[in-house]
Design a protein around this ligand. Structure first.
Ligand code: SUG
Length: 440
């Protein structure tokens, strides 16, 4: 077994962060639709979360924001002329499309890709499949630029298998690592990969959209060369989706040998746990922490984002640390549950709260903001070094954000072509700081 680290690649929050109300089934996105956003504060909050992990001695990376506005999307819709003409015409006749073109949704990097570490892959490479995000218009345009980002960072094809998104059809709907859990004894050891899906290909459902299909999950497991005996496919509960759990990571988080989940997360909880235990035979003993509906109603789990937390092996601490959003502390049932949990002798020994309110208001908690990539020392050395964070790099990025991002952004501001230029300038300065200017 080689030594490996969990590297959290956070999505750097882009200058056009706004509350577009774009995601059906994501209750926070609907609730805050049309509010004025604070892009500068949002990006600084995200960078402070990264700083916390860097200070703890954990490995932290970053994924740069995508080019916004997405002019290709507007041109595909038939708008023409100069960029300013296109933006003004879209603002007049298709304002919702303009919001989609400006969405900073790539910040939620848990949806960028599904990741399988080399320890699980029979071809010995670290695999990443970009998510097609085909269910929501504003997210469905992310994947080509995300793949370009990943190729710039994980360019060594001997070590890294970067796979383009699955076909953009409802049968292949894929939302990446937000519906994927990896369990193991140690990050560098072989593990069990659990893929959670909300529907079968071809199945029509009523209620909020199920954004992940079993076919998509199976396709990824095949191309990542995973061992079928170490792979589990579990169905997300319809009740969870309808309560607002548009991704499984809103009701469940797993790390190392521990699975922390809500009672209503899975369609068949016992069968899912049994399948994980069987797949993990000889590798690890599964530890579970189930949160009962009677103690934390699923509605509270969703508004507080208790489960959309990072579950971390914190240097110097014996038990795992749950890095949860402040909203979890402010919700009575979840705060009480956390207090009782850490006072017991289970696998989670501490809860640390972080302020990511700007992202939370669009339905993105600490876990949405990061893509976990388990990497060996050799893989770390082989990836692009500019995206690996230390405090100095964080200071530098914060400096760029302070200089180039707006404090406030309203829907009406998107109609101003000057704002498009500001977004380009800001992104170029960030790419320059990350040594990724080739992506401009
Ligand atoms: O896809 N929100 C994102 C939130 C993604 C959270 N990710 C995870 N759970 N892993 C989404 O629904 C809202 C954007 C807006 O409405 O402007 C949005 O896209």
């Amino acid at each position: 077994m080689s030594i490996a680290h969990e590297v959290n690649f956070d999505g750097l929050i882009g200058p056009s962060h706004n509350y577009g109300g774009m995601s059906e089934g994501n209750l926070a996105s609907a609730r805050n639709s049309g509010d004025v956003s604070n892009p500068r504060e949002a990006a600084l909050q995200g960078l402070e979360k990264m700083r916390l992990l860097v200070r703890a001695g954990l490995k932290q990376g970053v994924l740069p924001p995508l080019p916004r506005p997405n002019m290709d999307l507007l041109v595909s819709a038939g708008f023409g002329g100069s960029d300013a003409d296109i933006i003004e015409a879209t603002a007049r006749s298709a304002p919702r499309l303009l919001k989609a073109a400006y969405s900073a949704s790539s910040m939620w990097s848990a949806n960028a890709a599904t990741v399988s570490p080399s320890a699980d892959a029979s071809d010995g490479r670290l695999h990443l499949t970009t998510a097609n995000l085909s269910t929501m218009l504003h997210r469905s345009t992310e994947h080509p630029d995300t793949t370009a980002n990943l190729l710039s960072i994980f360019g060594d094809t001997e070590r890294f298998g970067i796979h383009a998104a699955l076909p953009a059809h409802a049968d292949f709907a894929d939302e990446g690592a937000a519906n994927h859990i990896r369990l193991c004894a140690d990050h560098g050891a072989e593990g069990v990969e659990v893929f959670v899906y909300g529907r079968e290909a071809g199945e029509s459902t009523v209620g909020f959209p199920a954004r992940q299909t079993r076919l998509a999950a199976e396709s990824i497991a095949r191309s990542h060369t995973l061992a079928p005996g170490r792979t589990v496919f579990a169905r997300q509960a319809r009740a969870a989706i309808d309560a607002g759990a548009f991704h499984n990571d809103v009701v469940c988080v797993g790390s190392l040998d521990t699975l922390f989940y809500h009672e209503l997360a899975f369609e068949e909880t016992d069968g899912t746990l049994e399948a994980i235990r069987k797949a993990g035979e000889g590798l690890f003993e599964l530890k579970t922490v189930m949160v009962p509906e009677a103690e934390v109603p699923i509605g509270d789990a969703i508004t507080s984002y208790l489960f959309n937390s990072q579950l971390l092996k914190w240097p110097g601490e014996d038990r795992l640390v749950l890095l949860a959003p402040l909203e979890t502390q402010e919700t009575e049932s979840t705060r009480a549950f956390c207090e009782q949990m850490v006072a017991g002798n289970g696998p989670i020994g501490r809860v640390q709260y972080v302020d990511v309110r700007q992202s939370m208001r669009n339905g993105g908690g600490p876990a949405c903001l990061r893509l976990r990539v388990v990497m060996t020392d050799e893989e770390l050395a082989a990836c692009h070094q500019g995206v690996l964070m230390d405090e100095e790099k964080i200071d530098q990025l914060q400096e760029v954000v302070r200089k180039t991002y707006r404090d406030r952004l309203s829907a009406a501001d998107l109609a101003d072509p000057v704002f498009a230029d500001e977004c380009r300038t800001a992104r170029e300065a960030l790419l320059d700081a990350l040594g990724l200017s080739d992506l401009v």
